[in-house]
Design a protein around this ligand. Structure first.
Ligand SMILES: Cc1ncc(COP(=O)(O)O)c(C=O)c1O
Length: 420
C-alpha cells in the first residue's frame, strides 16, 4: 500500500512558516556562557593585570594557566594562546621555518582565513580539490604534491574531521609537515584522539562562533619544542620572555633578536574567560553531538538529501549541519535554502551565486581574480559546493528547535520537485 502524502504549502509562497522565533546563533547573543565564566572574566578585569608578560611568574598568569590547561586537554607538550585562529595558523607555519614563498597546499573548501593565513606567513596557497563529503581529496593532494609544495594545511571544515591517516601518510611520503586548521572543530575527536594533535601543529580559534568563545582569540598546540619557541617569539615574546614558557627548563636555542615579532599575543582577560569555558567544554561537546545525531538521524532517509559522511564514527563536532542535494544546480540549492529561511531556519547555500560567501573559493578574489576560471580549475569542489546547504547548530538548541529543523527540511524537500 502506498501512502499519498500531499506536499504542504511553503512559507516562501506565503503560507504559514514552521517557526517564527529566530534561529539561535551566536551573532544574536545565543551563546554557551554561564555565571562562572562571567565571574572569571570579571576577576581578571579587577586584577588590573591585563598583559601576559608582567612581573608575575608565568604559572600565575591567566594565559600561562590557560596554556597549561590546553596542553592537558589535548595531551600535547606545548600550547600557545594568541590573538585569533588566523594568527594561530600563520604562527604554526612561521614556526616551521619554510623557505619564504613556499607553496602550501590547503583544501578548496575552507573559510578564506586559511589561504589568508598562508599568505600572512609569507607563503603561497595551493588549493586542492575536496571529495563528495567535502573533505580534502587525498588523491588530488597527491597529484599536486610537487617539490615546490613545502607544507600542507588540512582543515576540519564545519567541524568534520579530515582523513588524517591518509593526509599524514601523503605528507610523510612527500617529506613535508602538516598543520591542522582545527578552528571549526575545537574539541572534536577522530578515533578518540583530539583533532589538532595529528599533525606537526594544530590551530584553533576562540572567536564567538567557536567551542570556546572570547569574542576574538586563538591558540595553537605543537609538539616540537624548537617550533614552539619560534611560535612564541613570533607571537610577541620579546627580550627573552620566550624562556618563561619552558618552566625553568633551558629553552631551545632560538635567537629571539634575529626574529621579527608580530604582536599576536592573547591578553589576560580573554585567557581567564577561555579557561573557565574550557572546564565546561565537555558539557558543550556532548550537547553538540546530541543535537547533530538527533537531527541527522531523523533526516537520513529524506529523498534527495545527502548528509556529509564522517571519515570515522562520530568524527565531527556537530555545530553545523551540512547536506547536499546531489545533482542540484546552484540556483536550485539557493532556492531551497531561501525556502528554509522562510520557514524560520538559518540555512545558507554554500555556492549561492547571489552571495559573496567566503567559504566558496571562487569568491577569494585575492587569489583568483576570475571566479569562472577558478571554478574550472576546481570543478569537483565547485559542483559539491553548488549542491550544499549549511545550517548552524548552536549548543543551546532545544528539542523544539531540532523538531522545527527536521520538519522544515522535510516540508521544503517534499515540495521541491521541479523548483525553482
Ligand atoms: C576554517 C577556518 N579557519 C580559520 C578561521 C579564522 O579564525 P579567526 O576568525 O579566529 O581568525 C575560521 C573562522 O571561522 C575558519 O572557519
Amino acid at each position: 500500500m502506498t501512502v499519498d502524502v500531499q506536499p504542504r504549502a511553503l512559507a516562501i509562497d506565503g503560507a504559514e512558516p514552521v517557526r517564527t522565533d529566530p534561529w539561535p546563533t551566536y551573532d544574536k547573543g545565543d551563546v554557551f556562557i554561564d555565571e562562572e565564566d562571567l565571574d572569571a572574566a570579571l576577576a581578571a578585569v579587577r586584577a588590573r593585570l591585563y598583559f601576559r608578560y608582567d612581573q608575575r611568574p608565568h604559572a600565575e598568569t591567566q594565559t600561562g594557566r590557560f596554556e597549561r590547561d590546553l596542553a592537558a586537554f589535548f595531551g600535547v607538550p606545548h600550547a600557545l594562546a594568541c590573538s585569533s585562529g588566523t594568527a594561530a595558523i600563520a604562527l604554526a607555519l612561521l614556526a616551521l621555518d619554510l623557505p619564504p614563498g613556499s607553496l602550501v597546499a590547503c583544501p578548496a573548501f575552507t573559510f578564506a582565513a586559511t589561504p589568508s593565513a598562508i599568505l600572512l606567513a609569507g607563503h603561497r596557497p595551493l588549493p586542492v580539490e575536496c571529495d563528495d563529503d567535502l573533505h580534502l581529496d587525498v588523491a588530488d593532494l597527491r597529484r599536486r604534491l610537487t617539490p615546490e609544495v613545502r607544507a600542507i594545511v588540512v582543515v576540519h571544515m564545519r567541524g568534520f574531521a579530515s582523513d588524517m591517516e591518509a593526509v599524514c601518510a601523503a605528507a610523510r611520503e612527500h617529506g613535508v609537515p602538516v598543520v591542522e586548521d582545527a578552528v571549526p572543530a575545537l574539541g572534536a575527536r577522530l578515533n578518540g584522539r583530539p583533532l589538532g594533535t595529528f599533525g606537526d601543529a594544530g590551530a584553533f580559534s576562540t572567536q564567538s562562533d567557536k567551542s570556546l568563545n572570547t569574542g576574538e582569540g586563538g591558540f595553537l598546540v605543537v609538539r616540537d619544542p624548537a617550533a614552539y619557541a619560534r611560535a612564541v617569539v613570533y607571537s610577541g615574546a620579546y627580550e627573552g620572555r620566550m624562556a618563561r614558557h619552558f618552566d625553568g627548563v633551558p629553552p631551545p636555542g632560538v635567537d629571539d633578536l634575529a626574529m621579527p615579532i608580530f604582536s599576536l599575543r592573547m591578553d589576560e582577560i580573554r585567557a581567564a574567560l577561555a579557561r573557565a569555558m574550557l572546564r565546561r567544554l565537555p558539557e558543550r561537546l556532548a550537547a553538540h553531538h546530541r543535537n547533530y545525531d538527533d537531527v541527522a538521524g531523523r533526516l537520513a532517509d529524506v529523498p534527495g538529501l545527502a548528509l556529509r559522511r564522517p571519515v570515522a564514527d562520530h568524527a565531527y563536532l556537530g555545530e553545523a549541519l551540512v547536506f547536499r542535494l546531489p545533482g542540484a544546480d546552484a540556483r536550485t540549492t539557493a532556492w531551497t535554502a531561501a525556502a528554509l529561511r522562510a520557514e524560520g531556519i538559518d540555512a545558507r547555500a554554500l555556492g549561492d551565486p547571489g552571495d559573496t560567501n567566503v567559504r566558496a573559493f571562487w569568491n577569494w578574489r585575492f587569489l583568483f581574480p576570475d571566479a569562472r576560471s577558478a571554478r574550472e580549475r576546481y570543478p569537483a569542489t565547485a559542483a559539491r559546493l553548488d549542491e550544499s546547504i549549511d545550517v548552524p547548530l548552536s549548543a543551546n538548541l532545544t528539542a523544539r528547535d531540532r523538531d522545527h529543523l527536521v520538519e522544515a527540511v522535510r516540508k521544503v524537500l517534499g515540495a521541491r520537485t521541479g523548483r525553482p
